[in-house]
Design a protein around this ligand. Structure first.
Ligand SMILES: O=c1ccn([C@H]2C[C@H](O)[C@@H](COP(=O)(O)O)O2)c(=O)[nH]1
Length: 498
């Protein structure tokens, strides 16, 4: 049966994210969540939709979507597609529907700023600058439906298109949007190492480093991000049941984590419109179960440096939406199993914590399986992530600032003074400063330095042990200076004594 198409000629103009949308001429906005928007456009005529776009995050996406809808009052229908595990985990579609079902109230956002909070179990915010009456009017004027599959969404959009053409519900509305330009400290651009005991601690340090020294660049998505290139994060002691601070300042909670771990560990069948899941790439995409392969590889050859899992498919260049996590490598050293993951592109504010915890669960799974199936009872070594583009999107800059203000100083106060580079014992002997370099644990002597000039000595020490911690180098500089002064005036020098 052919259906006569109505000659609707509405033009949708996006104020935000204009290059991320597919435009039509109708009156229905289709929100596809994590399903690729092209998968819907393929089945619709342009007169059957006003716009098709993806919505990933309730806290970041809904605000801009609603602002765009207020600017396009000819949109009278909304179809929200909630088809995938990722949609369920992110909750953006559910939260958007709750805005239309249950409305919103005045409250505060994650970073304590006044805003409209959507009445939903999923946190979702709209800027306070957007007028309440405009939001109420939008809720009253737009008919909405939720869909569970691509076919469902397509049918719903088609059925809305058959309804009578409606006039725009009002005038185009636009409200001011405030943005903060961060000030940036100088620092290296390429290659950064950050270490922490837990994922939470490491995350705060990462956010601080990018936020203070990252370069501001345009993103591929109509906005800006602050970026460092090649950031290595080393997490040494994440506990098996994961550390969640209380109150929890991480962008995920335990419930989300359970669902997310399955995205990494479990296979998933191919679904139209879904780009990939990591579990699928690891378990079946290349016709091999790569997790199983590395377990067997290490059981057979515990010293192997080839326990590699690959997630990048050369065909990924042909279409967009390639996986961010590309390479995973496992290594056993001194009976401990480390996992190193390389991510070509990493949203360090919103995604890294989930990525890191998911990878830690994978590392634990591999350790446990090796223990079950062989005589190797390995310890959990560090989790290492290499984030090639390590970035923070502009729409989370203020959350990042808040996090730094609330957590960074507290984390810095908790540092211990054990520097993996070892200890330096300073004495004055026979008219010279003598520095003895020992290892951290057993105190074995590994080097010594002599001289009279503090600056020359600290430079020598830093040149010989370039990964010495900056606070340690600063401390040694002060002590060496004290020793040099004592030498000059003939006073006894004792390290650490005033
Ligand atoms: O596991 C993931 C999946 C996605 N992203 C982020 C990285 C980018 O900000 C964005 C993906 O954009 P493309 O690089 O694919 O365009 O999502 C992650 O950080 N981790």
């Amino acid at each position: 049966m052919t259906v006569a198409l109505k000659a609707n000629q509405f033009e949708y103009k996006a104020l935000y994210k204009p290059n991320q949308l597919i435009y039509g001429l109708g009156q229905t906005a289709v929100i596809t969540g994590w399903t690729v928007k092209q998968a819907i456009a393929l089945h619709l005529h342009t007169s059957e939709y006003a716009v098709i776009g993806q919505l990933y995050s309730p806290t970041r996406g809904i605000n801009l979507l609603i602002r765009n809808l207020l600017y396009n009052p000819h949109v009278r229908f909304l179809v929200v597609l909630n088809a995938t595990k990722e949609d369920k985990n992110a909750g953006a579609g559910e939260c958007l529907l709750d805005f239309f079902f249950h409305g919103f109230e005045e409250g505060v956002s994650d970073n304590g700023l006044p805003c409209w909070v959507i009445r939903s179990n999923i946190p979702g915010y709209i800027d306070i600058e957007v007028e309440k009456s405009a939001l109420e009017q939008l809720r009253e004027s737009v008919k909405f439906a939720s869909a569970k599959s691509i076919a469902d969404a397509v049918n719903q959009a088609k059925s809305y298109a058959l309804e009578e053409t409606l006039p725009a519900w009002g005038k185009k509305l636009e409200f001011p949007l405030s943005t903060v330009q961060p000030s940036i400290l100088p620092g290296p651009r390429y290659g950064h190492r950050i270490e922490g005991k837990t994922i939470a601690e490491t995350w705060v340090k990462i956010i601080h480093r990018i936020k203070t020294t990252g370069t501001i660049r345009p993103t591929g998505y109509d906005g800006q991000w602050q970026e460092l290139i090649d950031l290595i994060a080393v997490v040494t002691d994440e506990p098996e049941d994961f550390y969640f601070p209380e109150p929890n300042y991480l962008p995920i909670d335990r419930n989300f984590l359970q669902e997310y771990i399955s995205q990494i560990l479990d296979d998933a069948p191919y679904q139209e419109g879904v780009k990939y899941t990591y579990g699928q790439r690891l378990r079946s995409w290349f016709g091999r179960d790569q997790i199983e392969q590395v377990i067997q590889k290490l059981i057979g050859e515990i010293d192997a440096a080839s326990a590699v899992m690959n997630l990048w498919d050369v065909k990924d260049h042909d279409k967009g939406g390639s996986p961010c996590l590309n390479h995973i490598w496992l290594r056993v050293v001194d009976n401990e199993l480390s996992l190193t993951a390389t991510l070509r592109s990493n949203d360090m504010f919103a995604a890294w914590v989930a990525n890191a915890m998911g990878l830690r669960a994978l590392q634990q799974h591999i350790r446990d399986d090796i223990a079950k199936r062989s005589e190797y009872d390995l310890k959990m070594g560090p989790l290492i992530t290499i984030s090639q583009s390590a970035h923070i999107y502009d729409d989370t800059w203020s959350n990042a600032e808040q996090l730094i203000q609330k957590q960074y100083a507290a984390i810095c106060r908790k540092i211990d003074y054990n520097d993996e580079c070892g200890n330096f014992l300073i004495e004055v002997d026979q008219g010279k400063i003598v520095v003895t370099h020992t290892t951290m644990g057993s105190g074995e002597v590994v080097g010594s330095y002599f001289g009279k000039d503090a600056l020359t000595l600290i430079r020598e020490i830093c040149a010989a042990s370039p990964s010495i911690r900056p606070d340690h180098a600063g401390y040694l500089g002060m002590e060496l200076n004290k020793a040099a002064e004592c030498l000059k005036i003939g006073k006894q020098y004792v390290q650490d004594r005033k």
